[in-house]
Design a protein around this ligand. Structure first.
Ligand code: DP6
Length: 378
């Protein structure tokens, strides 16, 4: 009807270098620790969302890639908080909403689709309600990690201290242009379905005796990452990211019953990175893995070609997507190293990497114009 309103948004997934794992308040989605992420380029991976409000809708309705999905409690919390803030008057605040969402990457592949999905959801509905204030708080209600996708480049989400959470907001640490980092997403394909992060992190908080040790070493690690970003210190950023990823998966293993995300293929990629760095005499790659088996590699632009070539020697790679860059004369790696992936301890099976996606850092959801999001939707 001509009374309806429509709004669009787009967001890209973000990749945490210092992970969010554990809540101090589940209802308000308040984390136990600060986290730092990079927002990936929306040209390669994005979620686009169209939100419509009309007095004719009987109930809230959400669809993903053309199929109806459950309207979760978290989505309802986002809708409710935006209805309270609605600047378009009481009528619209009482109307039901339809949200249609499309991902340009496989939802089930574990590519942080909740961060881009719930971020685009929050921004689209906030545009409907004509209020972009408190967006970090609203996006967080949908999924904690979503609030970092609002921002381009490097973002930090503060845990905050207040019980009401008003100081738990995300902000930009540095723009995408500040540092041309590349992320090589190694999609290792579906093993057993991974434990959903919400439930898994709650179990970690309830049962892990290593979690306090993780939390106590994070302030120093966060400071080191902020410093590495400010000074474009790749070796430090990569090391901190690798250590934090290992730490996350260690507290997952210490959870009771344990939470397993990494597969043999994931671990083979992690070991590959250490071998490559060792053989090169410098930090060529870093890695980090979230609540799933995929491993994301961090690289400087001049090393992407070399890294992809070495990966191709050690793994069975299905497809390579994105900009490989030029071959650069940067290799001190012996030409035959790691060809069998053995690291000198006897040949091992070549693991499969389904896709290798090479991403730049990109725009935050707040930087992507509504008209552009609408065009992608068609
Ligand atoms: C391992 O943001 O998906 O990716 O807030 O419960 O929705 P909820 O959790 P979610 O958790 C992300 C966990 C992580 C680390 C990170 O992104 O910081």
């Amino acid at each position: 009807s001509d009374e309806s309103f429509i709004a669009y948004a787009a967001a890209a997934p973000n990749l945490a270098l210092i992970k969010y794992w554990g809540k101090r308040d589940s209802r308000l989605v308040l984390p136990l620790n600060n986290s730092i992420s990079v927002t990936l380029d929306d040209q390669l991976m994005r979620t686009v969302t169209m939100a419509t409000a009309s007095p004719e809708f009987a109930e809230d309705f959400v669809e993903l890639n053309g199929k109806p999905v459950e309207v979760t409690d978290r989505m309802r919390a986002v809708l409710q908080s935006l209805r309270q803030r609605c600047q378009r008057g009481q009528d619209l605040a009482s109307w039901k909403v339809r949200v249609a969402t499309r991902n340009s990457f496989p939802t089930a592949a574990g590519l942080a689709s909740s961060s881009s999905g719930l971020c685009a959801f929050a921004v689209a509905v906030a545009r409907l309600a004509d209020t972009l204030r408190w967006l970090s708080t609203v996006a967080r209600l949908g999924s904690g990690s979503a609030c970092r996708s609002l921002f381009a480049g490097f973002a930090e989400w503060s845990a905050g201290q207040r019980p009401d959470g008003v100081d738990s907001t995300a902000s930009q640490l540095a723009s995408a242009g500040h540092w041309d980092l590349r992320v090589l997403v190694c999609v290792v394909g579906a093993g057993a379905k991974s434990a959903p992060s919400t439930q898994a992190m709650a179990r970690t908080v309830a049962t892990s005796s290593l979690l306090p040790a993780r939390l106590s070493c994070l302030p120093d690690r966060l400071a080191a990452v902020r410093e590495a970003v400010a000074g474009r210190d790749f070796a430090s950023l990569a090391e901190m990211s690798m250590r934090d990823s290992n730490c996350l998966h260690a507290v997952c293993a210490d959870t009771y019953p344990p939470v397993h995300y990494l597969t043999d293929a994931s671990r083979a990629i992690i070991d590959f990175v250490h071998r490559l760095n060792e053989a090169s005499g410098r930090v060529v790659l870093g890695y980090t893995a979230d609540a799933g088996p995929n491993v994301c590699l961090l690289a400087q632009p001049a090393d992407v070609h070399l890294a992809a070539g070495c990966l191709q020697r050690a793994f069975d790679i299905g497809q390579v997507v994105g900009d490989l860059g030029e071959a650069a004369d940067n290799s001190k790696v012996p030409s035959d190293w790691a060809g069998d992936g053995s690291g000198g301890e006897g040949a091992t099976a070549r693991h499969r990497i389904e896709s290798l996606l090479i991403c730049r850092l990109g725009r935050g959801a707040l930087d992507i114009p509504q008209a552009e999001a609408a065009a992608w939707f068609d």
